[in-house]
Ligand binder design. Structure first.
Ligand code: TRP
Length: 377
């Protein structure tokens, strides 16, 4: 990846648009994970098309949207999913329409994009169609309408995931909406198995060419302690509480013996349902919003490297991936690494996921460290 570290920053290139900026990041990331040029070009084109007219917006105008997909309102986020002995899988999460034009319009744009992809890659949207009245009411509420994630495989046909908003008909109805959506998909007992949470944040569906398509429910957990994190999983033959707790500690920077709560941004848990017989989830993922618990991204990378090493995963590609997305120094911001996550899925080795922000519009300054505050006083 010669030259990446020294490429000019986006803001110095007047002609950069959201589309060209994020497509450039995607192309360089594809190279890092070893996706071929043809597949990469196709994926970059799909990303730009899915963003819609927003892709043409000059970066210099700022985001102009309140997209909740990322902190600086870039409607795109990358992630790498690492498993031992394999090249990492690159994924891209995006908000069709970029969060412009209101939720109803955003939902329509999102559904249109999903249908287009379904036609192109010949997969069914039946499971999404069955839920349309629940997640796309006439006057939708909440922080999003539809997000799309593409898991980028060699060969050029991505796996597709759709994220829906349980609060579309009001936050007070979120639990009922998710219970009903699960029921319609045959998961009658699934809702009852979920852990206590503060909010249900996303309802997600795998569409397309998956071995075992999942239905996923994301829950938010405020003020979570390491011990409480350890006991969140409801997965059958899921992770040992001690393993989840150790991940939580390493990702959040807690010292041994310290059991402070993560009180800035909630931890998220995802339970994935596949079979409908037992009602029990076959997958569990814990997401730690590492960016709110570090001084800067150098710390966040350090924690990611410790975790990858613990799981026997080669981390060279993570370092290259960060350089593919930004030329800034890691110490100069906090938020390039948004989340660290640990995923367990039945029949597969555990995976470590690293979520990488595009930072198309803004870099959050590093946190002022405690000694510095003391010095100022
Ligand atoms: N930006 C939102 C958040 O930080 C939503 C989000 C984006 C998210 N990527 C994510 C949530 C990955 C969990 C995991 O909460």
């Amino acid at each position: 990846m010669i030259g990446l570290r020294h490429r000019p920053s986006a803001r110095t290139l007047t002609a950069q648009t959201l589309g060209s900026h994020t497509a450039g990041q995607l192309l360089r990331l594809c190279e890092v994970v070893g996706l071929g040029e043809a597949a990469a070009a196709g994926y970059a084109q799909t990303l730009t098309a899915a963003l819609g007219p927003t892709a043409m917006r000059p970066l210099g105008l700022g985001s102009g949207s309140s997209s909740f997909l990322s902190d600086d309102h870039t409607p795109v986020e990358f992630s790498l999913s690492f498993a031992p002995g394999e090249a990492p899988t690159l994924r891209v999460l995006l908000e069709p329409g970029g969060g412009h034009g209101g939720l109803a319009q955003s939902g329509r744009a999102g559904l249109a994009v999903v249908r287009e992809l379904a036609q192109r890659w010949n997969f069914s949207t039946d499971r999404l169609d069955e839920l349309q009245d629940l997640f796309f009411p006439l006057s939708p509420q909440g922080p999003l309408a539809l997000w799309l994630a593409l898991e980028l495989r060699p060969g050029g046909a991505p796996r597709v995931k759709v994220y829906l908003n349980p609060s579309a008909s009001g936050a007070a109805r979120a639990a009922d909406t998710v219970r009903e959506a699960l029921r319609r998909l045959g998961h009658h007992q699934a809702f009852a198995t979920l852990p206590q949470s503060d909010r249900v944040l996303f309802f997600a569906l795998d569409l397309g060419d998956w071995d075992v398509p999942r239905v996923k429910v994301y829950t938010a957990h405020h003020d979570l302690s390491a011990a409480a994190a350890g006991s969140l999983s409801r997965m059958e033959d899921g992770p040992d509480p001690a393993e989840t707790e150790a991940f939580f500690r390493a990702a959040s920077g807690l010292a041994d013996g310290q059991d402070t709560l993560l009180d800035r941004r909630p931890v998220q848990a995802c339970h994935a349902f596949t079979e409908t017989a037992t009602g029990l989830p076959g997958g569990f993922t814990l997401y730690v919003p590492v960016r709110d618990y570090v001084r800067h991204d150098g710390d966040a990378l350090g924690r990611a490297l410790v975790l990858l090493d613990r799981y026997g995963i080669d981390s060279a590609q993570l370092v290259d991936a960060l350089a593919a997305v930004t030329s800034r120094r890691l110490e100069d911001g906090a938020g390039l690494i948004a989340y660290l996550a640990l995923a367990h899925q039945q029949g597969r080795p555990p995976r470590v996921m690293v979520y990488i922000s595009s930072e198309a519009y803004e870099v959050r300054p590093p946190a002022v460290s405690a000694p510095l505050i003391a010095a100022v006083r």
